[in-house]
Design a protein around this ligand. Sequence first.
Ligand SMILES: Cc1cc2nc3c(=O)[nH]c(=O)nc-3n(C[C@H](O)[C@H](O)[C@H](O)COP(=O)(O)OP(=O)(O)OC[C@H]3O[C@@H](n4cnc5c(N)ncnc54)[C@H](O)[C@@H]3O)c2cc1C
Ligand SMILES: *[C@@H]1O[C@H](CO)[C@@H](O)[C@H](O)[C@H]1NC(C)=O
Ligand SMILES: *[C@@H]1O[C@H](CO)[C@@H](O)[C@H](O)[C@H]1NC(C)=O
Ligand SMILES: *[C@@H]1O[C@H](CO)[C@@H](O)[C@H](O)[C@H]1NC(C)=O
Ligand SMILES: *[C@@H]1O[C@H](CO)[C@@H](O)[C@H](O)[C@H]1NC(C)=O
Ligand SMILES: *[C@@H]1O[C@H](CO)[C@@H](O)[C@H](O)[C@H]1NC(C)=O
Ligand SMILES: *[C@@H]1O[C@H](CO)[C@@H](O)[C@H](O)[C@H]1NC(C)=O
Length: 538
Amino acid sequence: MNPLTSLSALSAVLLFIVVSLHLSPSWAASDSVYDTFLQCLTHRTQPSDHISDIVYSRANSSFANVLVSYVRNRRFNSSSTPKPLVIVTPKQESHVQAAVLCSKDLGIHLKIRSGGHDYEGISYVSDDAFFILDMFNLRSINVNIQKETAWVQAGATLGELYYRIWEKSKLHGFPAGVCPTVGVGGHFSGAGYGNMLRKYGLSVDNVLDARMVDVRGRILDRKAMGEDLFWAIIGGGGASFGVILGYQIKLVPVPEKVTVFRVEKTLDQNATDLVYKWQFVAPRTDHGLFMRLLLQPVTSQTQKGQKTLRATVVTLFLGNSDQLLAITDKELPEMGLKKENCTELSWIESVLWWDGFDEGTIPALETLLSRDDSTNFLKRKSDYVQTPISKANLDWLWKKMIELGKVGLVFNPYGGRMSEIPSSATPFPHRAGNLFKIQYSVNWSEDDPELEKNYLAQIRSLYNYTTPFVSKNPRSTYLNYRDLDIGTSTDGKNSYEEGQVYGVKYFNDNFERLVKVKTAVDPNNFFRNEQSIPPLPK
Ligand SMILES: Cc1cc2nc3c(=O)[nH]c(=O)nc-3n(C[C@H](O)[C@H](O)[C@H](O)COP(=O)(O)OP(=O)(O)OC[C@H]3O[C@@H](n4cnc5c(N)ncnc54)[C@H](O)[C@@H]3O)c2cc1C
Ligand SMILES: *[C@@H]1O[C@H](CO)[C@@H](O)[C@H](O)[C@H]1NC(C)=O
Ligand SMILES: *[C@@H]1O[C@H](CO)[C@@H](O)[C@H](O)[C@H]1NC(C)=O
Ligand SMILES: *[C@@H]1O[C@H](CO)[C@@H](O)[C@H](O)[C@H]1NC(C)=O
Ligand SMILES: *[C@@H]1O[C@H](CO)[C@@H](O)[C@H](O)[C@H]1NC(C)=O
Ligand SMILES: *[C@@H]1O[C@H](CO)[C@@H](O)[C@H](O)[C@H]1NC(C)=O
Ligand SMILES: *[C@@H]1O[C@H](CO)[C@@H](O)[C@H](O)[C@H]1NC(C)=O
């Protein structure tokens, strides 16, 4: 063969590769990956497991449905969103072990999804070729009311957990998130908080034990994994260390009746005075009182064509309305709270009230078992406030929010139990010294890339405007309010330095300990994602 022919033969081959890559790359590749994957899984499980029943190829007619069932942000449900090659839906712990080992054997990146509520979709999106280990079938909940404990599998939702506790006892609950469809796997491994955090701390402050599959495919409980790894997976993000199968939790007491209320004030109703004073009261008041503050630009009801800012206080109090009014009359009279503004409910009803069902519209409790959820386009960011913001600065902030027009803020008061727990007790470091957390929030329902650009720019500007008022060095952030704006890492030689950028924001001084654990248990960085804990460079 002369050099020219071989050159053109080579370019023909190259051309063929390029063309076939462009024509049906992923489908063809995906099907062969599916075949290989299935072979591996079959080899690593029992014939009676019927493993092929839990593996979805892209060609399968249910693939798209399984994929979007746990997509909770419409930004990551578009045709340009990278799709997995395969979805594996384990029904037993041993299936998870097999999936981890096959992922390692075949070198296909693994993404773990439980409830799919990750704000940046990193449980089901990746730029690498990847498959999803989808935990929704592993959702059993065993409540032991004598011992006041429960074992909860990672694929259970918070609503299911609250319901199963209620079935056994009306006087027990659990301190976790307010959205019932959030998954236990991501929520607990990333800390987890809800409206009882001032009384009982975070979800992870009430975790007793865990089961996980490690990089060698072994199932480990707390005793077998040791205290360092156990510490890491209660707040450090499970996906950096293994696949969480479930957690054992300590239930907490709740009273027979709790009280809820929602109070609104706009600027012309002295909302600024209320917010200013709230900063001194909400983080210091009775531990059973959680007064969340929502701030949103709205159209004025009194001044035609004008915009104003609305402050809404949404509250759970672990007691009755007389006890509550005795506190609010004394500590926050600016709210103007009256008995008729308060509603007494059972704790389980209050869960539905907090999920948006008002008094009189609270549906059957079985609603908590539903996995259906409306899905919007959204973006979130977070911050911590350690010194009260002055009235002048609040007014300036309202002006900026009204100018921007779309972004809302949620102030979640800390203090109480949160200030009693040392910042190194779990990887979640934002404890004493923090008055409240800010969540930045923007939602929209139109599928329009220009609009998306605009809203993302808005939320980033507001985050920029608040810089003088929030924690610095580092500017702290809550892991479960995942925000890829604060940095990402790749699995390369700079992964430690890259990881440090976001890691110190999420974990402050706990970051280095997480890196140590990671280096000990997964030095080759098998369990990784856009914001995982990096191992130390070799
Ligand atoms: C509507 C809504 C309301 C929310 N409300 C609250 C709230 O009140 N309080 C609060 O603290 N947070 C809240 N969050 C944030 C929520 O806690 C986090 O998004 C949490 O990580 C979701 O867990 P998931 O299992 O549903 O998410 P997923 O998207 O499935 O997972 C999130 C992350 O955890 C990893 N992961 C999931 N399962 C496992 C597992 N089994 N083993 C190892 N890693 C795993 C994923 O890979 C991903 O990195 C809310 C989010 C949404 C969308
Ligand atoms: C799709 O995949 C599921 C799970 O493996 C399987 O039970 C089902 O038969 C498949 N459907 C089709 C049409 O191939
Ligand atoms: C995702 O997109 C598909 C196709 O456009 C649509 O049918 C489905 O309702 C969407 N699901 C979610 C959760 O947004
Ligand atoms: C309390 O309820 C009364 C009667 O419904 C209502 O007029 C008032 O605006 C409410 N107060 C607050 C602070 O929301
Ligand atoms: C707002 O505050 C001013 C000054 O303290 C007071 O005069 C006014 O009555 C208040 N307005 C409302 C609606 O409470
Ligand atoms: C976005 O939607 C969530 C959930 O429905 C809601 O709690 C939040 O207040 C909304 N935020 C804004 C700014 O509208
Ligand atoms: C944030 O503010 C700084 C200083 O005002 C400015 O230089 C920068 O461009 C802003 N960034 C964004 C994203 O708005």
